[in-house]
Design a protein around this ligand. Structure first.
Ligand SMILES: [Ca+2]
Ligand SMILES: [Ca+2]
Ligand SMILES: [Ca+2]
Length: 479
């Protein structure tokens, strides 16, 4: 069934059709079966029931959504008769294991299980996806160990992705982790699909862990659809690719934020949507339209990314702005964020101010902040400026609320310009203050900096305190 979910029947001599704007899986095993069940129900009418091999008794338990099925890592397999498309396909599932090496999904020729393809497996804690012959992609660029005993959402996609994201795609936890160049599999004589086993890695073919919410589509899902699944959207109610969440910069090159052609959406991202600018793309924000995103903005990650807020533009992000190591945020106008994280580069031009912290979370930004503009910390959380490279921002850094923690390498400036300490909650003298600036290493503030205390309480410099580390606060810094 295609993404339009078309259902047709004959009415007299006329063929009538209902087209629903949903992506429709060909099979969906929610694995919410009752304890003691000896098979896995398929939520798609007519879809094959899952057979449990070597699983007597089957171990059902809590899943990511409802129940889930456990696999013993020895010989347990969930298997169904299903001839999936070689031309376009998505397998979406949740998997949990603490074994760094473990197979968990494949298609097979029932006559010979040695004939297999569409292998999904963990190797070294990375997630691998393979289509024959012969392309294997993996999540290692993320640097994340996904075999950590927690649930992770995995989607393996091939075929021409509706959002132009590529041909052979591997998503983990809703984020594109790897892509390849093959759009189809050459292994077209498979007739079953198996979970809990793959042909790789050698010697660790079975999954010691659990799986949940397994959905198979005969279509490539968009990155936004995969993201929705990773956020808990049911495969039975997944919007079609045209109704996308979240926004995602999909083209290498440069374009204006509000130009729909550069996005797989035609509107500003909606509530809780995240926005990605990566794959070599640059988003230039030149006006107010399309500059507010209530979710997170992730810059870089899978390929470099750059966001330029140009003069006259603006950017308001309700969630985190995550500037990855290969990401850059250039502000020639004001921007605000729920929080700031990552290890990339932020440039703030003279006259522009970046305000961060409104979501009250605590984050660390370990990249560099440069330019002639200003930085303002709001919210009750802690914002940590870390890393080993100096910030050279020459405008004023202002603490309005919460904590600003300066934690770069000793002797490396976290604050290069002037510092204004004006917490709206006032100061606490003694004890562990809820508001303030803490130095986690010496010489975090340029000697030329002027520090202004303008909080609502009149306080003494002695209230500058920290908890346990030998921070230094020289007299020149108090000038
Ligand atoms: Ca067994
Ligand atoms: Ca479930
Ligand atoms: Ca097939």
């Amino acid at each position: 069934m295609k993404s339009t979910g078309k259902a047709c029947w004959a009415v007299g001599t006329v063929l009538a059709c209902i087209v629903s704007l949903q992506a429709a899986p060909v099979s969906y095993w929610a694995l919410d079966d009752a304890p003691g069940s000896t098979s896995a129900a398929n939520a798609i009418p007519g879809g094959p029931v899952g057979t449990l091999l070597n699983m007597a008794p089957a171990v059902w338990g809590p899943g990511q959504i409802g129940g889930a099925l456990s696999f013993d890592g020895l010989d347990d397999v969930l298997q169904a008769t299903l001839n999936v498309s070689e031309a376009q396909n998505t397998v979406s599932l949740w998997v949990r294991t603490a074994s760094p090496n473990a197979g968990f999904s494949s298609v097979n020729n029932s006559a010979n299980l040695g004939e297999n393809d569409r292998n999904l497996y963990f190797s070294g804690g990375n997630v691998y996806g393979r289509i024959w012959s012969e392309e294997t992609i993996n999540s290692s660029a993320s640097g994340i160990n996904f075999a950590d005993g927690a649930w992770h959402h995995v989607a393996h996609v091939y075929g021409p992705a509706p959002d132009g994201a590529g041909k052979h795609l591997l998503y983990v936890d809703g984020i594109l982790r790897a892509s390849g160049n093959k759009s189809t599999s050459n292994f077209n004589w498979q007739d079953i699909i198996r979970f809990g086993w793959a042909n790789y890695p050698s010697g660790a073919n079975y999954l010691n862990g659990s799986m949940d919410e397994i959905a198979v589509y005969d279509e490539p899902l968009s990155g936004n659809q995969v993201y929705a699944l990773s956020q808990g959207t049911s495969p039975l109610s997944l919007p079609a690719a045209s109704a996308n969440t979240p926004a995602r910069w999909i083209n290498a090159g440069t374009g204006e934020w509000a130009t729909p052609g550069f996005w797989d959406i035609s509107a500003v991202p909606g509530p809780a949507h995240d926005t990605y600018v990566n794959n070599g793309g640059t988003a230039q924000i030149t006006g107010a339209t399309g500059t507010a995103t209530p979710g997170a903005l992730m810059i870089g990650g899978v390929g470099s990314g750059r966001v330029e807020v140009q003069a006259g533009g603006g950017l308001a992000v309700g969630g985190a702005i995550i500037v990855n190591a290969n990401g850059q945020l250039d502000l020639a106008a004001n921007a605000s964020a729920g929080s700031l994280a990552g290890s990339g580069s932020v440039q703030i031009a003279p006259g522009a101010v970046m305000t961060t912290g409104s979501d009250n979370s605590s984050t660390t930004f370990s990249g560099t902040i440069a330019g002639g503009g200003g930085l303002t910390k709001v919210g009750t959380g802690h914002t940590t400026l870390g890393g080993g490279s100096a910030n050279t921002l020459s405008g004023t850094t202002t603490l309005s609320a919460g904590k600003l923690i300066l934690s770069k390498t000793a002797g490396v400036d976290a604050v290069a310009g002037n510092l204004t300490i004006a917490p709206s909650g006032g100061w606490q003298v003694g004890g562990v203050a809820a508001n303030g600036v803490e130095l986690y290493a010496g010489e975090q503030i340029a000697d030329s900096a002027v520090i202004t205390f303008s909080g609502r309480r009149s306080i003494q410099p002695a209230c500058w305190r920290r908890t346990s580390k030998p921070a230094l606060f020289s007299a020149s810094e108090m000038s």
